[in-house]
Ligand binder design. Structure first.
Ligand code: AMP
Ligand code: MG
Length: 411
């Protein structure tokens, strides 16, 4: 009874839990220099400023003829003398005189004196001469120097998680390496006397350790370094030792199992003995029992053992926290409205997250659940690309209702 009351006192809403967890996250400060090809997914540890104009010279956007637009100011056609043939990479250094044109390919620098390009489709070439229609404007089909990036422009700010196109932008600047925050080290351990190592024999009543496998994959997908602390039995001293060992090197520790109020739920106790527990109940389904706190310098996340609950809590609460630890700031949550198909009803007061499939169609965004939502049905999570967010209190939703969805894809 006493224990139950203590639990009630520390019951937090989902939002309160999210805020408290984030408030406890201190981003890593150590940095390292990484080659360009390994930069995607890493978090920049400094602003990047353009050291050069891109493009570095006015150049042609089309295949055609570089001209002086003043030569084509009249009406009808003009015959120009072709003084040079310029492919991309070539350079025409002498100034274009009145009545002259340069044959030019896409990307080639605009010769001095020229200020426009006439596309080849509307020109007639005859040996050293080309007939060009009048009426072209200055700057036509010209990409001007610095139109993409100008010297001194701030290209990226600290905290940006680099994407493939960003790496292209750095390469366009001739930058071959970037300074990023070091990867965060996340220790993962499973608890439970019934949990066994995958690929080993299994007896009735035992379960393979699906939690650790799923969590490790999710952590690696977001760019964390994983420290595998294996499976620990339901034995207080063993759990304490494992947590303490992990806290010496990890930035964060994630355990699964042992955080509810059953006789063998010892993780919370171990945390109380060796570190600090912040709270351990969140008004959400799945995932009500959780333990958060610190062990030495490591942030601690104690997830429920149930595989659906554990990973769901990871996506909703832990991933944004780790992202902040990585130096990435606010996790770019993808949350929006979609049209529900099906029927769902609940009476309880907790916020509920239904495993669901969001489909993007030309007629709009639709969502339906992945089927039975029992917390033991892990395939319902593997089939899902999103969670439907069902508010607190009694709720009934039916087809065509608009619902809030939260994408849980791994990018
Ligand atoms: P617990 O939170 O420790 O009470 O565990 C809740 C449920 O999740 C139990 O049915 C456990 O057998 C199951 N479970 C706990 N840990 C794991 C794991 N690592 N992999 C798969 N199932 C687990
Ligand atoms: Mg257990």
């Amino acid at each position: 009874m006493v224990d139950k009351l203590a639990g009630m006192e520390t019951m937090l809403s989902f939002e309160e839990a999210g805020e408290k967890i984030l408030a406890g996250m201190v981003a890593v400060t150590e940095t390292e220099v990484v080659d360009l090809e390994h930069l995607p997914g890493r978090v920049l540890a400094g602003d990047v400023t353009a050291g050069m104009n891109v493009p570095n010279h006015d150049n042609s956007a089309m295949d055609g003829y570089a001209v002086r637009s003043v030569d084509l100011a009249g009406t009808g056609e003009v015959r120009l003398r072709v003084v040079s043939d310029l492919a991309a990479g070539g350079y025409h250094s002498s100034i274009l005189n009145q009545g002259e044109a340069v044959r030019i390919m896409t990307g080639a620098p605009i010769p001095p004196g020229a200020d426009a390009v006439v596309i080849q489709e509307i020109c007639r070439r005859n040996q050293d001469w080309v007939t060009v229609p009048c009426g072209c404007k200055p700057g036509e089909h010209v990409r001007s120097a610095g139109e993409d990036m100008k010297v001194g422009d701030k290209i990226f700010a600290t905290g940006r998680r680099l994407r493939p196109a960003d790496v292209g932008v750095l390469a366009a600047q001739g930058i071959s390496q970037g300074r990023v925050f070091r990867r965060i080290r996340v220790a993962v351990l499973s608890t439970g006397n019934e949990v066994v190592e995958i690929a080993s024999p299994i007896r009735p009543g035992q379960v393979y350790d699906s939690n650790r496998a799923g969590l490790k994959a999710a952590l690696r997908a977001m760019g964390c370094e994983v420290m595998d602390f294996g499976i620990v039995g339901d034995h207080l001293a063993t759990i304490e030792t494992a947590l303490e060992r992990a806290s010496h090197t990890a930035d964060a520790i994630i355990s699964t199992g042992g955080v509810s109020v059953g006789d063998y739920d010892l993780v919370r106790l171990a945390l109380e003995n060796k570190g600090n527990v912040n709270f351990w109940k969140v008004a959400m389904k799945p995932g009500k029992p959780q333990a958060y706190g610190r062990l030495g310098r490591a942030a601690f996340f104690g997830l429920p053992g149930n595989p659906v609950s554990g990973l769901t809590v990871f996506y909703l609460l832990i991933r944004p926290a780790l992202f902040r630890l990585m130096g990435g700031g606010t996790w770019p949550k993808k949350m929006f409205q979609a049209t529900f198909k099906g029927h769902f009803s609940k009476k309880h007061s907790r916020k509920e997250f239904l495993r669901a499939i969001v489909r993007f169609t030309v007629d709009g965004v639709n969502v339906e659940t992945t089927g039975p939502q029992g917390s033991g049905i892990l395939t319902s999570l593997s089939a899902a690309n999103a969670l439907i967010v069902i508010p607190e209190g009694p709720v009934t939703i039916t087809s065509a209702d608009r619902v809030t969805v939260w994408m849980i894809d791994d990018d």
